[in-house]
Design a binder for this molecule. Sequence first.
Ligand code: 3PG
Length: 210
Amino acid sequence: ATAPIEGFLTRGPVLPVLVVPDAEAAVPLARALATGGLEVLEITLRTEAALEAIRRIQGELPGVAVGAGTVLNRRQMKQAMKAGAAFAVSPGTSEELLDASGELGLPLLPGVATASEAMALLERGLRFAKFFPAGPAGGPAYLKSLADPLPELRFCPTGGIDAVTAVDYLRLPNVVCVGGSWVAPKSLVAEGSWDAITRLARDAAGLRRS
Ligand code: 3PG
């Protein structure tokens, strides 16, 4: 259950975290991001429209890999999978979610914020985690400190990251990509400013691990 998530995380340096207010916005938003070079997306299950957004994107944009975010339990994981999600992301980790991921065969990026939580994932054979909430939990300095004792784990830090701080995370040896909503700000999504979102995506896609 560890390898499949890797393919999604290594495709772009930035994983857009999307809060879709209405299903009509889903396809143009996803297309705007993909045009800018970000083809792996996370739709958070925080709005009524989220599952329909996943359904439409995976139906209409075959080149885009869409995952479900803010997946908190088995029921939501099943719903996301049924809607066509290619993977699931969670702010935290639970036995229920880890079991469900294995049983359903849906790759999971579980969240951790401490060494103990990270070790629990290693015990389960996982090698990739979301570091959440990255900024408030301690930022790049904190995550860097986990690299030496836990060299087998690689992280997608998310939470409070922007185009500037993304660079500091992408320098770390234990960072595979960074997640964030800055590439699709609520106001631009509400206005349907798709070209502006494409520009933000292009800048984000140009960030490199160094
Ligand atoms: C998440 O769900 O991963 C976070 O809310 C995204 O964090 P950000 O909005 O601070 O980028």
